[in-house]
Ligand binder design. Structure first.
Ligand SMILES: C[S@@+](CC[C@H](N)C(=O)[O-])C[C@H]1O[C@@H](n2cnc3c(N)ncnc32)[C@H](O)[C@@H]1O
Length: 240
């Protein structure tokens, strides 16, 4: 049986629900990152689980050499419209080995923790480690679980193109589960998103287990210092 994320991320309703994803915030974050990382013009950057490519496209606009990949065929087809000689997109399951070695690998906007077991999560991180050149850098941008659980919005209704999405959030068995129900064309649909509630300690432990060195820890897209209680994001800068 296929796992929930193998169908949901490619469905037209997923793309409708998240159609207003913030490009301005993503682009400002990418600019901050580039100033901080200062990659050479020919550094090869890999945006793993890139979605429709909002970060990759902006990195490339800043003059960088970028590849992006995602599991979702629809997202990659959309991203491919922006391809050029220094920007390429393709389908890839992040549970598989990386196709080559990169100077930088980015995993942004909570694009991790969908898998059932610690082992799958750890294997994915090992592939990322092996997919970096010596001295390569991994940027891992995840939700700060401590903050998210404290501020979890249990119920929400949001309207997109005339469809009313009813969203329920809960912590269940170590996963933050988002139940999404909506009616379209006289039929009710139900989906769920599950992200493992990986806290700061657990994430750092997993990274170190794979061999990564933690170089910096930020708590927001403005690269402010990380604070366990108050930061919305957990952004780790890791070195091979
Ligand atoms: C929260 S979205 C973020 C997308 C993108 N990084 C962004 O910020 O717009 C998570 C992404 O992870 C992708 N994804 C989920 N499971 C995956 C897998 N096993 N391999 C590769 N991508 C996956 C989804 O298709 C989705 O595009």
């Amino acid at each position: 049986m296929s796992k929930w994320f193998e169908t949901w991320f490619d469905s037209e309703y997923y793309h409708l629900l998240y159609k207003d994803r913030d490009y301005t915030e993503a682009e400002a974050f990418v600019e901050k990152l580039v100033t901080y990382l200062n990659p050479g013009k020919d550094a090869l950057i890999y945006d793993l689980a890139c979605g429709k490519g909002r970060h990759s496209i902006h990195l490339n606009k800043l003059g960088l050499n970028v590849e992006g990949s995602d599991y979702s065929t629809n997202s990659i087809n959309y991203a491919k419209k922006s391809e050029n000689s220094r920007l390429h997109f393709y389908e890839q399951d992040m549970r598989d080995a990386m196709p080559k070695q990169y100077n930088y690998i980015l995993n942004l906007f909570t694009s991790f923790g969908y898998f059932d077991s610690d082992e799958e999560n750890l294997n994915t991180l090992k592939h990322i480690y092996n997919g970096l050149k010596d001295d390569g850098t991994f940027v891992f941008d995840f939700m700060n679980v401590d903050f998210v659980l404290k501020h979890l919005v249990p119920r929400e209704i949001t309207m997109k193109n005339g469809i009313e999405f009813h969203i329920k959030r809960e912590l269940n068995n170590g996963k933050i589960v988002k139940h999404i129900a909506f009616e379209d064309e006289d039929k009710w649909h139900y989906h769920k998103e599950k992200v493992t509630a990986l806290g700061y300690d657990k994430i750092v432990e997993m990274m170190k287990k794979c061999g990564f060195k933690v170089m910096d820890t930020f708590g927001s897209y403005h690269l402010e210092p990380f604070d366990l209680q108050n930061s919305k994001r957990l952004i780790l800068i890791l070195r091979k």
